[in-house]
Design a protein around this ligand. Structure first.
Ligand code: GRF
Length: 189
C-alpha cells in the first residue's frame, strides 16, 4: 500500500474525497495522516470522523519557516510518506521541502492553469468573465501554481450561472479528478 499525506488549511472536502477513494481502492494507497496549519480548520473534524490521524502544526510555534518545514519533513520521513497531496493548503512550500520531496508534492487548483493562478481562482475566472474554466492537478514547484500539469478537466460556465453554482460544480470535479491523478502519479513514482 502506497503511503500518502494530505496537507490542508480549511474545509478538507478534497481530503475526504481522497480518503474515500483509497477505501474504494480507486487509489492504490492509504492516507497516513492529514497535516493542517489552522487550529479551527474543519478538516480536523473530517479526519476524526474518517478515523485518519491528523497533525496540527502552528507555524507561529516555530522560530523560522525552515524550522517549521524541518518538523514537516520529520513527520513525512518517520511515516515513510511517498506522496504529499496539497488540498487547500494555504502556505507556500519553500525550497527545503520541495527538494526533500522532489516531484512528490502535488496540488489541486480550481482553474485551467496557467489561467487564474492564486487563491481566488474560481471567482477570478467567473468575474473575468471566461466561458470555460476547470480544475488542474499539478506538481508543486517554487512558483505558486506554476508546476508541470498532471491532469485537467474543463467545464463550461452556464449562461446566468451563479458563482455559488459554479463553485459547487468545480468542487464536484475536483473530488473526481484528484483521486484519478493521484493514482496515476503513484504508478509513475
Ligand atoms: C479547492 O478548491 C482546491 O482546488 C483549492 O482549495 C480548495 C480546497 O477545498 N486549492 P477543500 O478544503 O478541499 O474543501
Amino acid at each position: 500500500m502506497r503511503k500518502l499525506a494530505v496537507f490542508a488549511s480549511g474545509s478538507g472536502s478534497n481530503f475526504e474525497a481522497i480518503v474515500k477513494a483509497c477505501k474504494k481502492k480507486l487509489i492504490n494507497g492509504e492516507v497516513v495522516f492529514v497535516l493542517y496549519d489552522r487550529k479551527n480548520a474543519f478538516v480536523s473534524e473530517r479526519a476524526k470522523r474518517l478515523g485518519i490521524k491528523s497533525i496540527y502544526l502552528n507555524p507561529n510555534d516555530f522560530s523560522s519557516k525552515d524550522a517549521y518545514e524541518d518538523e514537516i519533513i520529520y513527520h513525512l520521513t518517520i511515516n515513510k510518506i511517498e506522496l504529499v497531496c496539497l488540498a487547500g493548503y494555504m502556505r507556500i512550500i519553500s525550497m527545503k521541502l520541495i527538494l526533500a520531496y522532489l516531484d512528490r508534492i502535488i496540488n489541486i487548483h480550481p482553474s485551467l492553469l496557467p489561467a487564474f493562478k492564486g487563491k481566488d481562482a474560481i471567482a477570478d475566472a467567473y468575474n473575468y468573465p471566461v466561458k470555460i474554466t476547470g480544475v488542474s492537478v499539478h506538481h508543486v514547484v517554487l512558483e505558486v501554481d506554476g508546476g508541470k500539469i498532471i491532469a485537467q478537466k474543463a467545464l463550461i460556465i452556464k449562461k446566468d450561472e451563479s458563482l455559488e453554482s459554479l463553485t459547487k460544480r468545480i468542487h464536484r470535479i475536483e473530488h473526481q479528478l484528484y483521486p484519478l491523478a493521484i493514482n496515476k502519479i503513484l504508478e509513475e513514482i
